[in-house]
Design a protein around this ligand. Sequence first.
Ligand SMILES: Cc1ncc(COP(=O)(O)O)c(C=O)c1O
Length: 387
Amino acid sequence: MKNKFVVDRLRPFGETIFATMTQKATDAGAINLGQGFPDEDGPRSMLEIATQQILDGNNQYSAGRGDPLLRSAIAEDRYRRFKVEYDPGTEVLITVGATEAISASVLGLVEPGEEVIVFEPYYDAYAAAIALAGATRVAVPLKEDGDTWALDIDALHAAVTKKTAMIIVNSPHNPTGSVFSKRSLEALAGIARAYDLLVLSDEVYEHLTFNKIEHTAVASLPGMWDRTITVSSAAKTFNVTGWKTGWALAPAPILDAIIRAKQFMSYVGATPFQPAVAHAVVNEKPWINQMRKNLQTKRDVLSEALTHAGVKVHASHGTYFVVADIGNRDGAEFCFDLIERVGVAAIPVQAFVDNPEQWSSKVRFAFCKKEDTMLAAAERFRAAGIL
Ligand SMILES: Cc1ncc(COP(=O)(O)O)c(C=O)c1O
């Protein structure tokens, strides 16, 4: 329904398909494999520290850039894993989830009328941030590559104009579960360097890669540290999507531009969670490894169930998500029907694109739910027969 109060910039952003599907799933008692949030807690030690921090009185505004302990933990972790150096004093910013890091980056770094390239399907917050900044979104489709997807470097090159200011890239990729190869990210980096573009690298699923596939940090590629904003978050790494604790890393002048926007959006994020996340970043690698293994098993359970139900399943190399192809049918209709007929909710990939044709037969399923929930979903697919 049209709402006369909504500003033009936000008019295209109505109720999201996630909200619609979740409501339908709840009404029908369906298993919700639509929205990508886990239903299990993160490491116990992290939860205990957050609780203790609240009881011990760490309940006021944190430092403007975030708790120094967390900033140092993140910088050290980045160096340990990727050999990229960030000064925790001037090059690390704690944000209200990765979402705020993304919005503040676009608002602080992109002028109205400039263009931002996103790869579609894309995470919906990118489009909203670009719209809020009065900038223009230019969507470049991923290309199907065997049983997964890859960056289309020729299409990316063709999309660059004099107005392009930034490329947003997300690997491991929501919603497809693709992990882009180092070589393709190097090609993207070549374009960014040649045209002097900023790159916002959304790495929120950096720890969730399967079958020993390695995550590539864009800022670690030659010549990219200077022009990359790396965004990540505790949400997906430690099963705390509700803590809204994320971060941005960038060279000081770029980060300063981001802070100009961020300081008036929220000023700071929630204080007591930050030392808890710092502890987890330093000490909970074994927990992350175990979670990754469990997720891989759940991915396999879901993929097998879908394959038995007669749909083509794409490979998922990372994230929480697997995409199925339902042939000559419409993904949105299929998802509504799936809730009624099978009792499972999913999300049509069309919800993430500007050009739906290429994606209308693709449906995304999340596998970040408890093992019992995933087995129950698999059983519902089995009972339903061919989908
Ligand atoms: C690709 C991507 N980026 C960012 C986010 C948001 O992260 P946060 O909850 O830390 O704001 C999500 C959450 O689903 C995501 O899938």
